[in-house]
Write a protein that binds this ligand. Structure first.
Ligand SMILES: CC(C)(COP(=O)(O)OP(=O)(O)OC[C@H]1O[C@@H](n2cnc3c(N)ncnc32)[C@H](O)[C@@H]1OP(=O)(O)O)[C@@H](O)C(=O)NCCC(=O)NCCS
Length: 173
């Protein structure tokens, strides 16, 4: 059964959620390690100020208790001479493994499809990030190959380049 989730725009009240997600060493193992409290606050301000015409950052709300359990988002990048969307996700540990990220991403892909501005959505999880790579596969992304991606700044990461054609018929996750 699909978990009952919906998305709402990332908001001021999500600082605590971000602190939990980005301050946890285990959860940040594939993302360059935990961030400092100052770095998290500055990231929070950046997320709140993000430009709705090029970005879409959403908090995943799990019913029936309307709990904020993570985020999914997409943003515009330059890739191989053209503009594409890149997406990302992050979920609190106690709700992982229950299809919540899949359900949140299905909703996010509907939003980005409806916008129609770019054809391709990419994701660049670390090649060692089993769960994120499984999520891409489950959502119907195609694995294009390995890339060296800079994340966080100053740190090169061996990543997989996954791509989804937003014009192709929707494949149910
Ligand atoms: C990646 C992440 C969002 C997945 O969230 P989730 O809600 O657990 O994912 P889902 O339950 O929707 O499952 C998605 C896939 O991951 C697999 N998966 C989930 N937990 C897993 C685990 N502990 N080990 C192996 N695979 C796992 C699921 O089986 C499913 O794959 P399948 O279709 O082949 O069965 C979550 O693990 C997370 O937040 N990780 C830390 C942050 C991170 O790495 N962000 C990504 C940066 S690119």
């Amino acid at each position: 059964m699909n978990p009952p989730v919906h998305l709402r725009p990332y908001a001021a009240e999500d600082l605590q959620l971000l602190e939990r997600l980005l301050g946890d060493a285990g959860e940040m193992a594939h993302l360059g390690g935990p961030e400092s409290p100052e770095a998290i606050r500055s990231r929070h301000r950046r997320y709140l100020a993000s430009d709705g015409s090029t970005d879409g950052l959403f908090t995943i709300i799990l019913e029936p208790e309307a709990t904020a359990v993570g985020w999914v988002g997409y943003w515009e990048i330059d890739w191989r001479g053209g503009k594409v969307w890149e997406c990302g996700w992050h979920l609190v540990p106690e709700h992982q493994g229950a299809g919540v990220a899949t359900a949140g991403m299905v909703l996010l892909l509907e939003v980005s499809r409806a916008r129609g501005s770019h054809r391709f959505m990419h994701a660049f999880p670390s090649a060692d990030n089993t769960r994120s790579n499984a999520l891409c596969r489950r959502l119907g992304f195609e694995l294009l190959g390995e890339e060296q991606v800079e994340y966080p700044k100053g740190h090169m990461m061996r990543s997989n380049d996954w791509r989804l054609d937003l014009l192709a018929p929707l494949r149910r996750a």
